[in-house]
Design a protein around this ligand. Sequence first.
Ligand code: SAM
Length: 291
Amino acid sequence: MNKDIATPSRTREILQKHGFSFKKSLGQNFLTEPNILNKIVATAEIDEHTNVIEVGPGIGALTEHLARAAHQVLAFEIDDRLIPVLADTLSPYDNIKVVHNDILKVDLMKETAYFDQAGPIKVVANLPYYITTPIMMHILESDLAVDELVVMMQREVADRISAKPGTKAYGSLSIAVQYYMEATTAFIVPKTVFIPQPNVDSAILRLVRRETPAVEVTNEKEFFKLTKSAFILRRKTLWNNLLNSYGKDEAKRAWLETSLQQAEIDPKRRGETLSLEEFARLSNALEANRQ
Ligand code: SAM
């Protein structure tokens, strides 16, 4: 087996060899601890049938661990300076394709034609923290049905995504993700295992696709609009937030009132107390009563 990329000394050697300097604006914090990488691969339950998508391979620390365990790895890296570095560090592996592109601009359906065998598709990544949420939503909303994501992010964002109703961290992001996926925080990663060190600790979030969405809604777009509206001002009641989003005229008030009644939801509650089921009930009532 090749010497791990992810040790502090090998990482420094590679950076020096290629004269690489970090770009903070691209969220570049490289992992330098093989044990963490082994734990990530174990959490994702990757085997020789798994096809893996990686976002932001950096110098390939996680990529090589994925390649050792998986069938194939498809990695998207935005920084052109890293492309020759990756060609060098990953040269011992023949089951990796590195695509130089912004993950937010790629058509995942098209790119995954690279996978030459059917098998579960999993996204495994140490995400660039400045765009964690857009990346997650881009993947979840793509036509490609990713089976599982095991992704590192700021601990605080992982907490928000996996939060339950009635907690401070619960919000429209929790609902947007939990609608499609079962979310759990797998483990916490201290900031000391990165070069350079980020300011905060990280967490590995594991998301497993549900067979069907968590709740049945008649109009997904409107359901997500409703959940966003309910949290615009967290301290306001559901009623106030709904009036602000949907309009305050008589007809709108009557529509909202009837729908809340039908869904058996007290308008004086705050959005953060409503479960996914309650949001779905309210969304379906709003749709049914729409004029
Ligand atoms: N996977 C490596 C590791 O664990 O050491 C690097 C992780 S680093 C936190 C994030 C990586 O994502 C960087 O290599 C950065 O250049 C890349 N990146 C940032 N924005 C990106 C984007 N929009 N699309 C693809 N890659 C991106």
